[in-house]
Design a protein around this ligand. Structure first.
Ligand code: GAL
Length: 672
């Protein structure tokens, strides 16, 4: 992230437009006290920046930019295009998006724009150009914050403009209707198209829609929103080539294929709002690892998190004392170079007035939340050494948005949830403190010894040879049921499941046996590798025949007793592992332990359950992050290498006491 920061970024969304000028002065002083070095400004300011079609009002923003610059606070300046003003909607009502049932949204909330509306795009481009002209040389300008959370509320639009744009997109992808009809399998249910204009959007239909059409519509919508981003990015890059661009992602957000988006950003940033009810923040960690993986390990920024509670769950639990700090360190430990909040000062009015903020409605610096954020700000100022360091990982989980869309389309042997397929593996690695990169299946595999493909139902042609080379050179591939089933258009790959993986897995699937929601099936061990005799599986089973794989476990006590449930195949110098069911955590964990031991992959430090141990490194330093997610204190043994506690500056002893919800950051010089 060279050029963006040489210290840990610390700050918040700042909405000065909601406050009088005397509050701005207090804000700047309080920000300094809290150690803030960057704020995102103007995210929802379009109506104030451009109150009428031909009138721009920059004076207030000039003053804020100056004030912040004078206080040493830089600005992640928003392009303000996330919430079009009322006059623009009145002028061009067709900007308003349309839902799947043909009903048009109205003005009065936010994100009420159709991504393909030329009126929206034209007005957005004009605003972005004016902002860039005005602030291109302003000393406070550190980064551009393009729009805000694309697709968060409106990730699909069914208006006539989108319908026309969809046809253009399809023509570009398929060239001819013959190809489209073939890829969509329109011979089924009399769905064939003879003219491009006959093709509609996958809207309100009597029953299941064409899956190929649905899948392409998901791609098209992700691309349409990306085109909005790209339009702004092109303007900004031409006018401020040295100012980095970001837009805030949302982690595991289904509608946008962030792997397609990420190359267009200079730095990935994202907004993380885990439920404080989750004792171990595993989903947040998974999000961090995914965000880091989008740009092949480049550090990301945690652009938004709440300092205390959100306002949009039925019950909004606060982060208990210490948890905000702990989870902020988790972001850093997983490769973050910045920690920012939504938001700086709690709004007085509007629908987010009860959302947590660094400064509450009391405005008091003595409040608990402000004290905690100010303390964290002082600490992060001491951690500049970690900036730009990388998370070393030898295990990767392949994640694919197109597969997510396809897997969760209806009319499968049973309903599927992609994230629920990924999480068991991630949880097993997380609790073992094994670093994992979340990557796209087409990314380079050279750095990995273990590659996990959970539920990779949609299997692109190009994956096969990369996977074969990976295993042939000694890697371990782990995958599971209902993988390798369809092509990029959701058409079944014929010739026995999973056609592209049969050789490498040494098996073939004859029949699927989806289990009822509460159903389970016993699995018994066939291998000395496993510690127990019996395990359980749920959700799914299938009847597989082994060609060259060996059974490590088999189903039991059912009509398919004896059919393998876990099969391991030697291939070249490596091997593959296949789970024919959703096996319980103990069976999954034992297989993973075996795989990790085979590759001599170990956690960086030995720590008790509920404690995370992570590493980031530069060429000469290894940074250890130890995060005690438990309520009670732990004492951990430290290696006999020289270690400096980065927060105290003192050398560490050979053991460390870490109170509940507390953390430790250590620097270890790397041997040459
Ligand atoms: C984010 C959004 C912010 C704010 C926040 C509340 O989705 O970017 O503007 O609404 O959520 O949690």
């Amino acid at each position: 992230m060279a050029g963006i920061t040489n210290r840990v970024l610390y700050g918040a969304d700042y909405n000065p437009e909601q406050w009088d000028r005397d509050v701005w002065i207090q804000d700047a002083a309080l920000m300094q006290e809290a150690g803030i070095n960057m704020v995102s400004v103007g995210i929802f300011s379009w109506a104030l920046l451009q109150p009428e079609p031909d009138r721009f009002e920059f004076a207030w923003l000039d003053d804020i930019m100056d004030l912040l610059a004078n206080h040493g606070i830089s600005v992640d300046l928003a392009t303000a295009t996330a919430s079009p003003p009322a006059w623009l909607i009145a002028q061009h009502p067709d900007i308003l998006p349309v839902d799947q049932y043909g009903s048009r949204y109205v003005h009065g909330s936010r994100q009420h724009y159709c991504p393909n509306s030329q009126h929206y795009r034209g007005a957005a481009a004009q605003l972005v150009r004016r902002l860039a002209e005005r602030y291109q040389n302003h000393p406070a300008l550190r980064m551009w914050h393009v729009n805000n959370e694309y697709g968060c509320h409106i990730a699909a639009c069914y208006c006539d403009t989108c319908q026309t744009a969809f046809r253009v997109w399809l023509k570009d992808r398929y060239q001819t209707l013959d190809v489209l009809n073939d890829r969509w399998g329109t011979a089924f249910w009399s769905q064939a198209y003879g003219q491009w204009d006959e093709i509609g959007l996958p809207g309100h239909t009597p029953t299941f829609r064409n899956p190929g059409q649905e899948l392409d519509y998901a791609r098209f919508m992700s691309d349409s929103l990306y085109a909005c981003y790209e339009q702004e990015a092109v303007i900004l890059r031409s006018m401020t080539p040295n100012v980095p661009l970001t837009t805030n992602f949302m982690g595991l957000f289904k509608p946008l294929d962030y792997f397609r988006w990420a190359p267009g950003l200079d730095v990935v940033s994202w907004d993380s709002y885990p439920d404080p009810a989750e004792a171990l923040p595993i989903t947040a960690a998974l999000g961090h690892d995914l965000m880091r993986g989008l740009k092949s390990g480049q550090p990301f920024i945690l652009m938004e998190q709440t300092p205390s509670a959100v306002n949009w769950r039925p019950v909004n639990l606060i982060k208990a004392p210490g948890v905000m700090r702990l989870w902020s360190y988790e972001a850093l430990a997983h490769g973050g170079d910045g920690v920012l909040f939504f938001q700086w000062r709690a709004s007085r009015a509007g629908s987010e007035k009860f959302h947590g903020a660094m400064v509450g409605h009391s405005g008091r610096r003595t409040d608990r939340v402000f004290q905690e954020v100010a303390h964290l700000g002082q600490e992060l100022a001491q951690l500049e050494g970690i900036v730009g360091s990388r998370v070393p990982a030898r295990v990767a989980i392949a994640f694919d948005w197109e597969n997510w869309w396809a897997l969760e389309l209806p009319s499968k042997p049973r309903d599927m949830n992609y994230i629920e397929r990924v999480v068991p593996y991630y949880r097993a690695l997380f609790t073992r403190n094994i670093a994992v990169d979340i990557i796209h299946p087409s990314m380079a595999l050279d750095n990995y010894d273990v590659l996990i493909l959970p539920g990779l139902y949609l299997f692109q042609d190009s994956y096969q040879s990369a996977l074969e080379s990976f295993v042939a050179r000694g890697g371990t591939l782990m995958t599971d049921f209902f993988s390798g089933i369809v092509d990029a258009n959701d058409r079944v790959r014929l010739g026995g499941y999973p056609a592209p993986l049969k050789d490498i897995l040494g098996l073939e699937v004859e029949e699927f046996y989806p289990l009822a929601n509460a159903g389970t099936v016993d699995v018994i061990s066939h291998s000395a590798v496993l510690k127990r005799e019996q395990y359980q599986a749920r959700f799914w089973a299938e009847h597989i025949h082994l060609t060259s794989a060996e059974p490590w476990a088999a189903f039991h006590g059912t009509f398919f007793s004896g059919a393998p449930a876990v099969a391991v195949n030697q291939w070249g110098k490596g091997r593959s592992v296949y789970f024919a069911a959703l096996v319980d955590d103990s069976l999954l964990g034992e297989v993973i332990d075996n795989v990790l031991a085979h590759h001599q992959i170990t956690p960086p430090l030995a720590v008790p359950n509920g404690v995370e141990a992570r590493v980031r490194e530069t060429d000469d330093t290894r940074f250890h992050f130890v995060l005690n997610h438990r309520d009670d204190p732990v004492t951990i043994a430290l290696p006999a290498t020289p270690l400096i506690n980065l927060l105290t500056g003192e050398p560490a002893d050979n053991s460390a006491f870490i109170p509940g919800k507390d953390i430790l950051v250590l620097a270890e010089p790397k041997g040459r």
